[in-house]
Design a protein around this ligand. Structure first.
Ligand code: DX5
Ligand code: ZN
Length: 217
């Protein structure tokens, strides 16, 4: 079954620990942690102190999505804050291979993301270095946007490449995923689904469980 990674960007920050517990009760697999620096993307979200606090709430896998410029600067700090995996943006660093290697050497899973306008061909040379490729299905920076349909073609393209030579690499998608479109997304070949605003509204536990039910094989 595909993996569900609720994005806490849309959680209630005044009650973050409880919101995370609700997703765990509902069957979440990872916690998706969006870090934004106000430079690579227009918004600023949160950083290491918040991660350290939520690390005390759960030993769940922290899938940390770094929307920050030159992420190599902070790799050890994110490890100390409790990250299990770090996803960097191909557009945000000059030395992608070197940064992925640093993440691995620090004891975390390295993953690589591309924005909607960046072609899959830009990242295929790194497939033997990553746990996941994160296909952004919206422009990174904000929760609650509408999925850009053309990005699903990139999922299909990447699925074919992965199936021919990189069976361990997972495809993750992030942005605009909801209960109405998630089945099609999984059928297109996605392994890891990130969902923010569709999880953290009304009954968080029930929303999480509803996603998992639809995502069943
Ligand atoms: C956007 C973030 C996403 C965001 C997804 O830049 O990377 O993880 O929280 O939110 P929704 O699911 O609301 O599009
Ligand atoms: Zn994200």
């Amino acid at each position: 079954m595909a993996i569900l990674a609720p994005s806490i960007l849309s959680a209630d920050f005044a009650d973050l620990g409880n919101d995370i517990r609700k997703t765990i009760k509902g069957g979440a697999d990872y916690i998706h942690v969006d870090v934004m620096d106000g430079i690579f993307v227009p918004s600023i979200s949160f950083g290491m102190p918040v991660m350290k606090s939520i690390r005390k709430v759960t030993d769940m896998y922290f899938d940390v999505h770094l929307m920050i410029d030159d992420p190599a600067r902070y790799i050890n700090e994110f490890k100390e804050a409790g990250a299990d995996g770090l996803t960097i943006h191909a557009e945000a660093c000059d030395d992608v291979a070197g940064t992925l290697k640093k993440i691995k050497d620090a004891g975390m899973d390295p993953s690589l993301s591309i924005k909607p306008g960046t072609p899959v061909s830009d990242i295929t040379e790194y497939l033997d270095m990553v746990k996941m490729i994160l296909i952004m299905s919206v422009e990174p920076g904000f929760g609650g946007q509408k999925l850009i349909p053309e990005t699903i073609d990139k999922v299909r393209e990447l699925r074919k490449i992965i199936d021919t030579g990189y069976p361990d690499v997972l495809i993750e998608i992030d942005g605009g995923i909801n209960l109405e479109n998630v089945r099609d997304i999984v059928d297109a070949g996605v392994d890891v689904v990130v969902a923010g605003s569709a999880v953290f509204k009304n009954d968080v536990e029930a929303n999480t469980a509803a996603f998992k039910k639809i995502m069943q094989d």
